[in-house]
Design a protein around this ligand. Structure first.
Ligand SMILES: NC(=O)c1ccc[n+]([C@@H]2O[C@H](COP(=O)([O-])OP(=O)(O)OC[C@H]3O[C@@H](n4cnc5c(N)ncnc54)[C@H](O)[C@@H]3O)[C@@H](O)[C@H]2O)c1
Ligand SMILES: O=c1ccn([C@@H]2O[C@H](COP(=O)(O)OP(=O)(O)O[C@H]3O[C@H](CO)[C@@H](O)[C@H](O)[C@H]3O)[C@@H](O)[C@H]2O)c(=O)[nH]1
Length: 327
């Protein structure tokens, strides 16, 4: 199978490229390296280019006959999306539409899209299943939601079938230690806590202690990046076997508070972690936990690395490697 991975030099995409390589697929990564890293692409070819360049996409599709496209490329920071919505709608919506247009032109009919829990907005109930209303509360969530809304039209007009995978909080690192999270700047809780443990960062700020949760800090559903990639692999097979377009929520179904994550990191690393209590970060819902039973029933997906300690251990091995490499 020839698979195009847009954003394959990024955190989740690079793990996917590695997995596709081990499964025997021919992988082409298309990435503008705006936040990705060329050395994270461990399988196939890396084509450096931007989704804003429709002609570059046409040239790419001319060169390879893709069976499917996995689309990880986007901007990903909620806070930044509030400050710079134009940038988010341009990259996450307009550039994705370029990709879909070229897919339609070349009759590539299987699309797997990285969507997000942020399409739901403030939850009305948890765990969040696919029937939960989608009312995104920031431009990032809305940009992903807009693509979800457009996809049925592409299915109708061009017979393009898609699976939207709405990740909850992606975390962890390649169990082989070859890949991990390298966002610059890093905004995600687990890598930041571990940087505070390794000494690369002075402390970790806890954003808000007055939420309506047992310990007052926000609750999230952390899902191992390897388990996310496995879901993509199963989604690819689902589409190839004639499965209809569908959206799936992906998480472990278990929520952990910010304080619980820090405690787990202390236990895993055995290090002192300095904690600073700060005010709430705008746009953070108190509790996001996934109901992934649809993915389990339809795709046969089952998280294999669901334990938070395992997720943090793998991320810690990666962080320790970064520290050693930078010394
Ligand atoms: N990290 C999470 O917790 C999380 C949760 C839910 C959804 N997602 C989604 O998963 C996807 C991957 O997230 P990530 O954490 O790996 O992000 P990332 O920033 O590490 O990776 C994104 C990649 O896309 C590339 N890219 C961005 N715009 C591009 C463009 N116009 N043309 C070509 N390449 C471009 C970047 O260079 C980068 O390599 C994103 O779509 C994100 O919205 C992530
Ligand atoms: O220095 C920090 C960083 C984060 N947090 C808190 O930790 C939790 C998790 O935050 P973070 O790791 O930034 O993830 P989210 O904001 O939950 O967003 C992630 O998970 C969402 C789905 O749940 C995706 O849509 C986003 O793309 C992805 O970044 C939140 O309560 C934050 O307020 C802190 O307290 N201190």
């Amino acid at each position: 199978m020839n698979i195009l991975v847009c954003g394959g030099a990024g955190y989740i995409g690079s793990h996917m490229v590695k997995m596709l390589g081990t499964k025997g697929c021919n992988v082409v990564t298309f990435d503008n390296l705006s936040s990705g890293h060329a050395d994270a692409v461990l399988s196939g070819n890396l084509v450096q280019g931007c989704l804003s360049n429709t002609q570059a996409l046409r040239d790419l599709f001319q060169l390879y006959q893709f069976d499917a496209v996995m689309h990880f490329a986007s901007y990903i920071q909620v806070g930044e999306s509030v400050q710079k919505p134009a940038m988010y709608y341009q990259n996450n919506v307009a550039n994705t539409l370029n990709l879909l247009q070229v897919m339609a032109e070349f009759k590539v009919q299987h699309f797997i899209f990285s969507s997000t829990a942020a399409t739901f907005g403030e939850p009305q109930y948890t765990p969040i299943d696919e029937q939960h209303p989608q009312q995104p509360i920031n431009p990032y969530g809305r940009s992903k939601w807009l693509i979800e809304q457009a996809l049925p039209d592409f299915a109708h007009a061009y017979a393009m079938k898609s699976v939207c995978l709405r990740y909850f909080n992606a975390a962890g690192a390649d169990p082989d230690g070859k890949l991990g999270e390298r966002h610059e700047p890093e905004t995600h809780l687990i890598p930041l806590v571990l940087q505070a443990a390794s000494g690369r960062r002075k402390n970790i700020s806890v954003f808000g202690t007055d939420y309506d949760t047992p310990d007052g800090t926000c609750i999230r559903d952390y899902i191992h990046v390897q388990d996310l990639c496995e879901a993509h692999w199963l989604a690819l097979h689902y589409l190839q076997q004639g499965g209809a377009s569908q959206n799936f929520n992906l998480g472990n179904g278990q929520g952990f508070s910010v304080k619980q994550v820090i405690d787990t990191a202390k236990a895993v690393t055995g290090k002192h972690i300095e904690v600073v209590y700060a005010s709430r970060r705008a746009g953070d819902p108190a509790r996001l936990v996934a109901d992934s039973s649809a993915a389990q029933a339809t795709l046969g997906w089952k998280p294999m690395l669901a334990d938070l300690s395992t997720i943090v251990q793998h991320a810690w091995a990666w962080e320790s490697k970064q520290v050693a490499t930078n010394q």
